[in-house]
Design a protein around this ligand. Structure first.
Ligand SMILES: Cc1cc2nc3c(=O)[nH]c(=O)nc-3n(C[C@H](O)[C@H](O)[C@H](O)COP(=O)(O)O)c2cc1C
Length: 408
C-alpha cells in the first residue's frame, strides 16, 4: 500500500536504487519496499554480480516497475535507459556498494548500466559500502572512497559488526532506517529553510543529587527530535542540543549531548551565536539540588525519622541571554490553565511563538509519538493543531517560523 505522507521529502521523488554483488543484497529489497511505501518512484538497477544474490523479480514485485540489469538489452522499453534514468533521478543510491563498483565510480568507468547512470546524472549520489573488513581497510578502497567524498558523493557507513565471513570488523552495510533518514535530509536540501541555522533543544534535563540519583522529568525528547528532523528535511542547518534520551540519532545534523541545565545553557547560547531560530522543546528543570553529594546518599546515615530533605535552588532562565536577533519559539507544557499560562510565558520570555501543550492528555504530550498543541503568537492569535505525529506538529510550527522569517 502506498502511503503518501505529509511533509515527507521522499514522497513523489524518482529514486534510482543501484544494487551490487554483495551478500547483503537482501537488505536492498527492504529498502526498495520502504521507499515505495513512502510514495517514491523506485527504479532498481542491478549489476550482473548482484543477480547472483537476488533476483530482478524480487524488485519488480516490490516496486511495481521494470528492473534494469543489461545496458544493451534490445527488449528494453526505453531505448537509452541509462540516460533517461540518469536524467529523471532526484537521487541515486548504491545499496549495497561493493569495493569493485566503488572503484569503478571513483575512476569514472561506465561499463554497466549502474555506473553509466551515475556518470550521466547530476543528481546527488549516496553510496553505502558493504564488504569484508580487510577489503574495506585496503588502501585502494580507502583512496577510492575518499575520491567519492571529495566529489560530493555521500558515503553512508559502513558500520562495525559481524561480517558475512564470521569476523567482526568495519564493513557492515548500514541499516535501512539510517538510509531512509539520510535520504530525507538529502532530498530536503533545497527546502524553504535552506540557508537558515536552527537550534533545537530536546529532552528532560538531569540535575544530580549524588553520583547515582538525578532530578529529571518525563520528557522523552521525541518532540524536539521531530522538530530537528523536520527542519533538516526543509533544508535548515540544525543543531540539536539534547538531554539524555533513548532515541536514534539523526543524520546530517549537529548533535550536542548535555545533561544539566547549565550544560544546556552553555551549548544553546554557543549555537545561538550564529542562529536564525531557536526552538526550546526541552523540558528544562526549574530547580536543582543546592548541594550535590560526592558519595551516594545512604539510607541509614542520612534519613532521620523516615524523611530526607533536599534543598533546591532555582536554575537561571537562560532564554533572556539568547541574542535578540534569534527568533525564539517556546513550549508550554501545562497541566492546568493551558492558554493563560502559555500566554504569560510567551510575553515574559519574549518568544515569537509558543506551543501550548496539554500534558494531562494520554494521547499527546510526554513519551508518545503524537501531539496536539495550540500555537500562540505575539498578536494574541491562536492556531489549533489537532492530534498528529510529532513530526507533522513540528512542520506546522516550522510553517509559522517560515512565515515570520519571510517578514523579518
Ligand atoms: C558470496 C560472495 C559474497 C560477496 N560479498 C561481497 C561484499 O559484501 N562486498 C564486496 O565488495 N564484494 C563482495 N563479493 C565480491 C563481488 O561480488 C565481486 O567483486 C564482484 O565483481 C562485484 O561486482 P559488482 O560490483 O559489479 O556487483 C562477494 C562475492 C561472493 C562470491
Amino acid at each position: 500500500m502506498m502511503v503518501a505522507k505529509m511533509n515527507n521529502p521522499i514522497c513523489g521523488k524518482n529514486i534510482v536504487l543501484g544494487v551490487t554483488g554483495s551478500i547483503s543484497c537482501y537488505k536492498a529489497a527492504d529498502l526498495a519496499s520502504k521507499l515505495t511505501q513512502q510514495g517514491a518512484v523506485v527504479d532498481v538497477v542491478l549489476t550482473k554480480g548482484a543477480t547472483n544474490f537476488i533476483s530482478p523479480l524480487t524488485f519488480t514485485s516490490l516496486t511495481g516497475r521494470d528492473v534494469y540489469v543489461d545496458m544493451f538489452d534490445p527488449s528494453s522499453k526505453q531505448a537509452i535507459s541509462h540516460v533517461s534514468l540518469a536524467h529523471a533521478a532526484d537521487v541515486i543510491i548504491v545499496y549495497p556498494a561493493t569495493a569493485h563498483t566503488i572503484a569503478k565510480i571513483a575512476h569514472g568507468f561506465a561499463d554497466d548500466i549502474l555506473t553509466t547512470t551515475i556518470l550521466a546524472s547530476r543528481a546527488n549520489v549516496l553510496v553505502a559500502p558493504a564488504m569484508d573488513g580487510f577489503m574495506f581497510e585496503n588502501p585502494a578502497t580507502q583512496e577510492n572512497i575518499q575520491k567519492l567524498r571529495d566529489r560530493g558523493i555521500f558515503i553512508l557507513g559502513p558500520s562495525e559488526g559481524r561480517l558475512a565471513s564470521g569476523f567482526v570488523g568495519m564493513g557492515r552495510l548500514v541499516e535501512v532506517p539510517y538510509v531512509v533518514d539520510s535520504l530525507e535530509g538529502i532530498l530536503g536540501i533545497n527546502g524553504d529553510l535552506d540557508g537558515k541555522n536552527i537550534v533545537v533543544s530536546a529532552g528532560g534535563t538531569q540535575e544530580p543529587i549524588d553520583p547515582v540519583r538525578v532530578i529529571t522529568n518525563r520528557s522523552s525528547g521525541k518532540m524536539g527530535f521531530a522538530i530537528a528532523r523536520a527542519a533538516r528535511n526543509r533544508g535548515a542547518k540544525v543543531t540539536l542540543v539534547t538531554a539524555p534520551n533513548a532515541l536514534p540519532s539523526i543524520s546530517g545534523i549537529d548533535m550536542r549531548n548535555v545533561s544539566t541545565v547549565e550544560e544546556m545553557r552553555e551549548q544553546v547560547l554557543y549555537a545561538c551565536e550564529n542562529a536564525d531560530v531557536l526552538v526550546m522543546a526541552a523540558a528544562v528543570s526549574d530547580y536543582r539540588p543546592k548541594n550535590v553529594s560526592d558519595q551516594k546518599i545512604k539510607k541509614d546515615v542520612t534519613v532521620k525519622q523516615n524523611e530526607l530533605s533536599i534543598e533546591l535552588v532555582q536554575n537561571e532562565d537562560f532564554i533572556k541571554d539568547v541574542p535578540e536577533t534569534v527568533l525564539k519559539v517556546g513550549f508550554a507544557a501545562e497541566s492546568e490553565n493551558l492558554l493563560d499560562n502559555a500566554q504569560k510565558k510567551l510575553i515574559e520570555k519574549g518568544f515569537s511563538l509558543i506551543a501550548a501543550n496539554d500534558i494531562t492528555s494520554t494521547e499527546s504530550g510526554f513519551n508518545v509519538d503524537n501531539n496536539k498543541i495550540i500555537i500562540l503568537d505575539q498578536s494574541g492569535d491562536t492556531e489549533d493543531v489537532p492530534l498528529m505525529s510529532k513530526y507533522d506538529v513540528g512542520n506546522r510550527i516550522l510553517d509559522r517560523v517560515v512565515k515570520l522569517l519571510d517578514v523579518q
